[in-house]
Design a protein around this ligand. Sequence first.
Ligand code: SF4
Length: 82
Amino acid sequence: MKFKGPAINKDLCNGCGACIKACCKKVYELIKGKAEVKDAEDCCGTGEKCLPACPTGAISFPEKKTGKTECSCSCGSGSGCC
Ligand code: SF4
């Protein structure tokens, strides 16, 4: 089954954009002031960067991604280096 990426609780999301800044794979985008999953394909599936970045606990990973199990990127540049 295709990995759907993280789940976002819209009731908790305050639209701060921290997940967008934290994720170098550009998984998230803001639509109408709430985070949405733009592209789950490149998501590392671990939440290593986005989970601690989210101040409200709106992000969760109900489904695990097979294959890569950790995001090794620490650049924070958003360059898609990993
Ligand atoms: S970091 Fe959390 S609260 Fe902020 S936009 Fe992303 S999901 Fe919403």
